[in-house]
Design a protein around this ligand. Sequence first.
Ligand SMILES: *Cc1c(COP(=O)(O)O)cnc(C)c1O
Length: 493
Amino acid sequence: MQYRSTRSDKEASVDSATAVLRGLAPDGGLYVPVEFPQPNFDLQTLAKMSYQQVAKLVLSWFFDDYTDQQLEDCVVNAYGSQFDDEKIVPISKKAGNYYMELFHGPTLAFKDIALQMLPQLMMTAAKIKQQKNKIIILTATSGDTGTASMRGFSDIDGTNVVVFYPNDGVSPVQLRQMLSQPGKNLAAFAVEGNFDQAQTKVKQIFNDVAFKKILQQKGYQFSSANSMNIGRLIPQVAYYFYTYGQLIATNQIKLNDQVNFSVPTGNFGDILAGYYAQKLGLPISKLICASNQNNVLTDFFATGKYNKNRQFHVTNSPSMDILVSSNLERLLFDVAGENHVIISDLMNQLEKTGEYEITPAMKKKLSQFSAGFADESQIQSEIKRVFDQDKYALDPHTAVGSYVNYTYRQQTNDQTPAVIVSTASPYKFPETVYHAITNQTVNQPGLPAIKQLNELLQDSLPAAIEELFNATAKSQQIISTEQMEDAILKQNN
Ligand SMILES: *Cc1c(COP(=O)(O)O)cnc(C)c1O
């Protein structure tokens, strides 16, 4: 199975291990399968499979240069006791919908599902390709990717992790997680600016040939833990399959029934995995793209125009504070008939002018998507609505998905069973959740706020939160975007 860049001819394709090691294609494009898999699978069988079995099955469709045993080992190492629920992804039926809880991993957000797996896939790829260079995992984060990649790669041989997060753009708990994650191969820097500025700079560094040469001479090469890496994207496809199987297994739906998924979206990785699941043949009707106030995608799906020239809002759902959704490029590639010239052209326009427009013919192929957004007060009222109805606390990101699904159903009267993709634990954002439910501000943000929320919810604290109380945190290192190369060199010399 070969992978090609969204921006180059398919003649320049590579195998999956190489795509995982590189993260981003040399031309700045994203790797996609040259021939998208068309597997035979049986939904009835799916209903009987464990999360680990489903994950392995899905990976085997995309990573055929890994042996069966290698994939088995990856799955065993990635999805074990580091999750606080043995199902890995439990599903809760609350307030009339299904909440697919992706936050039972060690950093309490859905990024763990992919970032417990990516280091396994990457180490195995290094073995397959007999890679000598040490890998620098370069990551721009809006909060959760940073914590999850530091956790996933902690003390993994042959890797160094450098994380850049926006100064003042992450939540107190996210910050504490990054500063207290042990591991001798980890470094995190606060960058002056917002997430997009950090991500843009990381992409530039990735494409900086001279800089890469310097590191190459020292025995290093870059890879990415962002969802641009297929080794992170494909593991996410598995939870759509698993959830569908579980809905059958628990008699919530019948075989071949259609299901909607509402996905709180930032970089478009999570929802793209849902789109890939649909493309693989899973009966998904609508993919609901839910944004916060940074609603560039809502406008895109409404008009076919992508325009990032707008105010950037720092919100209480920081992991979705994004104006350039990288993975949209993979969707565009499909609706452009896999035409890399069109994609290069659109991405050039985006870089030069901050906007582009797709053709009506391309837009027509996006009909399975619906899109909407929630502002800060709508997020708060959704947390309250679901809590009052079912004593179930949503984090602010999940609340975006929940709210947009709620309004979608009111407007369309679509009765298709709906799964809300639940991306973080409420304990990761205790200040917002507490305020939404009680209309009162916590006494003190961060760890004390967790305690206060816990008293309100009266449930048991996740083990990963307990750990945070005992960990010691390093102090922050704040740098400008111009200092990012230096920071990388210092860490890797
Ligand atoms: C990253 C993240 C999102 C957005 O996911 P994308 O794949 O970037 O669209 C939503 N919610 C939480 C909690 C996240 O960490």
